[in-house]
Design a protein around this ligand. Sequence first.
Ligand code: NAP
Length: 259
Amino acid sequence: MDLGIQGRRAIVCAASKGLGRSCAESLVREGVDVVICARSKGPLEETAKSLRALGGGAVSAVACDVTTEEGRGLILSVCPDPDILINNAGGPPPGDFRDWEREDWIKAIDANMLSPILLIKRTIDSMIERQFGRVINITSGAVKSPIDILGLSNGSRAGLTGFVAGLSRTTVKHNVTINNLLPGPFDTDRLRENLKVLAAKHGISVEEMTKKRASGNPAGRFGTAYEFGEMCAFVCSAQAGFMTGQNFLIDGGAFRSTL
Ligand code: NAP
């Protein structure tokens, strides 16, 4: 299926590894020119090199922190008028809300709510002018089914979800859609780090914990970043203009509901 986005321009945030990187890969394979960012320059440049080797769209890399005004400014200076914006950043740390101070909340809200909103603010009107735009926010399955120790994530991402639910209904008539992708367990560094912590907490090996968690999913495994990236590319496609304000849960069926 030709997704009809060859030659489009995309910003993919937090994309030197994991889900962001896979989204960039899938878009590059579709012939989209991408600008990727991450904070650590070395791994980012390595990723950019691998993406270029795919032989699709052009690839630029901007080493920056997307949660800062300066970082967002740098990305936009390289790509001021993207057709596609993939919002992503690292997730906030787990913990007990009794230990979190105002600063912890502000950090989480900055990363997982305000950064996406501020990037949307800077890019959406030019998408509307050009009558094409696809915005995707990588959030979390925890938006739909909260995880108690991830209160900072549950709260900040729910704020973003509420905001875009309204905005997305005002832009779709201009062929500008805004949707959220909600990852369940995907086999990335972040998941592997979490499994280490869980294994230590339960006094079992990382291998045992990994097996236990994977077999507990209805699919009997974790998702692959490739599957996530391909879903992202489809939601960015020319064919996906009638889908907006949606929260696509990709979790192997782990969240049990009929509708
Ligand atoms: P990952 O494998 O740890 O990759 C995170 C990427 O984001 C890296 O490239 C990292 O590079 C970059 N990054 C982090 N903070 C950044 C910042 N402030 N500015 C710019 N780049 C930044 O993580 P992932 O598994 O792909 O997760 C992506 C998002 O999905 C996270 O918000 C996570 O909480 C959420 N999520 C993931 C899962 C899962 O199972 N994987 C499930 C639910 C939700 P640098 O460190 O060099 O900046």
